[in-house]
Design a protein around this ligand. Structure first.
Ligand SMILES: O=C(O)CCC(=O)C(=O)O
Ligand SMILES: [Fe+2]
Length: 349
């Protein structure tokens, strides 16, 4: 398991040179990305080229949706879907220690057609989205999804280069990835138990995450076990390394633990979890192990996502208990990654 250093704030990296012709400037960005991915695993990204209107529209759509009555939102309840899409009510997610997270969400991913072969074959993460019947919702959320995935592809290539490899190293694994976008609403709930989290300590399960938020609340654990505040920065993404890039790089890049405590004001957040194709077997690549032994066992990217998800969502726990679905063989536990597992006391402090 990789460990980050003792950072106390996150660097801000302007990635605009990645889209230009100045190779020296591009090289500097790539090196800064690599250095940060190795020592912190978290950073702010500016200069990403995404029009601000896409985020404004996403936020407006999310506010409109979450303001609807619960029974209307439950018409697209995630438990009605076979591929993990739709509305996640407060209390549905229990990641850590049994106290439900204080948040509601709307989960979507690449919107595949209903005749997609993997969907028809029962893949638990691939297929069509469940859209609410709010006018303009699908269009606004879909436009943001497409935009943020573009930025993600650019970052994937930059990370490959930062690892000293050809920028196309990971490209062939990204054809139909279960890259989820979550619209998350943390209501202001002063009466929730003091030890309730907005989101419990965890690492993200994919390659990396591109996050936009509307208010402070996110905290990231450094190498000493201290929680560092990550407030929002105007028009910037918070980007963090996930489990798959940690495994592929044999721990060179670090999937860093983070959490959101009980919020002090109403808050919205929008993580896009950039993933690789469901069946991609992710194991330390020979170019990163060298003489060293491999520190991680191979995992399938989609199975890792599904296994951890199935252990954290009540509707999936019930399906597993009823024998309707099974966890993948040798399924990952919920806390194999992240230094919070080794700092369990601080994790709940
Ligand atoms: O809301 C946030 O700031 C972070 C959310 C998060 O870590 C997640 O959804 O994985
Ligand atoms: Fe996260």
């Amino acid at each position: 398991m990789a460990t980050p250093g003792d950072f106390t704030s996150l660097p801000v990296i302007d990635i605009s040179p990645l889209f230009g012709a100045d190779t020296a400037a591009k090289r500097r960005v790539v090196e800064a990305l690599g250095e940060t991915a190795r020592t912190i695993g978290f950073l702010y990204v500016t200069g990403h080229g995404m029009a601000p209107g896409l985020f404004d529209d996403l936020l407006a759509a999310a506010k409109e949706f979450f303001a609807r009555p619960v029974d209307e939102k439950m018409q697209v309840y995630i438990g009605k879907s076979s591929n993990h899409r739709g509305y996640v009510p407060v209390g549905e997610e229990v990641i850590y220690g049994g106290v439900p997270d204080q948040k509601e969400a709307f989960d979507l991913s690449q919107d595949l057609p209903a005749d997609d072969v993997d969907y028809l074959a029962g893949n638990p993460m691939l297929g069509p989205n469940q859209w609410p019947s709010l006018p303009g919702f699908k269009e606004r959320v879909g436009a943001y999804y497409d935009g943020v995935m573009q930025v993600g592809r650019t970052l994937l290539r930059a990370f490959a280069e930062a690892l000293g490899q050809d920028q196309s190293l990971f490209d062939s694994y990204v054809t139909k990835p279960p890259s989820q976008l979550r619209l998350v609403h943390y209501p202001f709930s002063p009466n929730a138990p003091g030890n309730a989290f907005g989101i419990s300590p965890h690492t993200d399960m994919e390659c990396f995450t591109l996050l936009r938020v509307t208010a402070p609340g996110l905290e990231v654990m450094n190498g000493k076990g201290d929680w560092i505040d990550v407030p929002p920065l105007e028009n910037a993404f918070v980007v963090n390394i996930g489990d798959m890039l940690e495994v592929w790089t044999n721990g060179q890049f670090v999937a860093t633990s983070h959490r959101v405590r009980k919020v002090k004001e109403e808050r919205y957040s929008f993580p896009l979890f950039f993933n690789v194709d469901y069946d991609t077997v992710v194991a330390p690549l020979p170019c990163f192990t060298g003489e060293e032994p491999s520190k991680y066992r191979p995992v399938k990217a989609g199975e890792h996502l599904f296994a951890v998800t199935a252990q954290g969502f009540v509707y999936l726990q019930k399906r597993v208990a009823a024998g309707e679905i099974a966890l993948p063989e040798g399924a990952s536990g919920t806390h194999e990654f992240g230094q919070h597992a080794r700092h369990a006391d601080q994790a709940r402090a």
